[in-house]
Design a protein around this ligand. Structure first.
Ligand code: E4P
Length: 217
């Protein structure tokens, strides 16, 4: 399973990228707006920082304007992936971009039937949002598991990108369900690496080594 970072913040991207585990970045209009800077140059900088795919989302809601935005975004860098909402206009834009060889991430997916439509429209990625389903007392992992199984049975080429992940547990469950990619905030990357027994163990190793050095004079 690939790991993407869900942010538009360059410092966070550079920090996690240093670990050597980062396969790409996803942004959305909310995350981009937080940065308070020009969108195109933000995407350009992110694409220069990471070699993997960088999702940049359109904000139009009709197909023709989505395509205008998509073409401008796709020109920014080779690793830009156009993020489109899972609405009829987004599917039409996805299908057109796919025929032009422009890669897409169909986002805001909350049902297996929406995911099937994204695959049929030629999406490169479809993004089921797990956390937002959990927020309304639904089961995000159950949806992800169902979509992964449908895509396996049907042989769809679209990759399943587990999104809206809120905890390390979500990431492990997404891997078990067979997601191709998980996108997570920097905080979850940091939680994934942390274990109290690792810290206690390291402290003990270093203390023992210090004692050994002192004993050796
Ligand atoms: C995915 O591409 C979205 O940007 C993201 O995962 C949404 O996460 P949220 O529900 O925590 O805002």
């Amino acid at each position: 399973m690939k790991l993407f970072l869900d942010t538009a913040n360059l410092d966070e991207i550079a920090q996690i990228n240093r670990w050597g585990v980062l396969d790409g970045v996803t942004t959305n209009p909310t995350l981009a707006a937080k940065e308070g800077r020009d969108f195109a140059s933000m995407i350009k900088d992110i694409c220069a920082e990471v070699s993997g795919d960088v999702s940049a989302e359109v904000v139009s809601t009709d197909t023709s304007s989505m395509l205008d935005e998509a073409h401008k975004l796709a020109d920014i860098a080779d690793n830009v992936v156009i993020k489109l909402p899972l609405i009829p206009a987004g599917l039409a834009a996805c299908s057109q971009l796919s025929s032009e060889g422009i890669r897409t991430n169909v986002t805001l997916c909350f049902s297996p039937t929406q995911a099937i439509l994204a695959a049929k429209a030629g999406a490169t990625y479809v993004s089921p949002f797990l956390g937002r389903l959990d927020d309304i007392a639904n089961d995000g992992i159950a949806l992800l598991t169902e979509i992964c199984e449908i895509f396996r049975v049907q042989g769809y080429e679209t990759e399943v990108l587990a999104a809206s992940l809120r905890s390390p547990q979500h990431v492990a469950q997404a891997a078990l369900a067979g997601a191709d990619i998980a996108t997570l905030p920097a905080k979850v990357f940091e939680q994934m690496v942390k274990h109290p027994l690792t810290d206690i163990g390291l402290e003990r190793f270093l203390a023992d080594w210090d004692a050994y050095l002192q004993a050796m004079g």
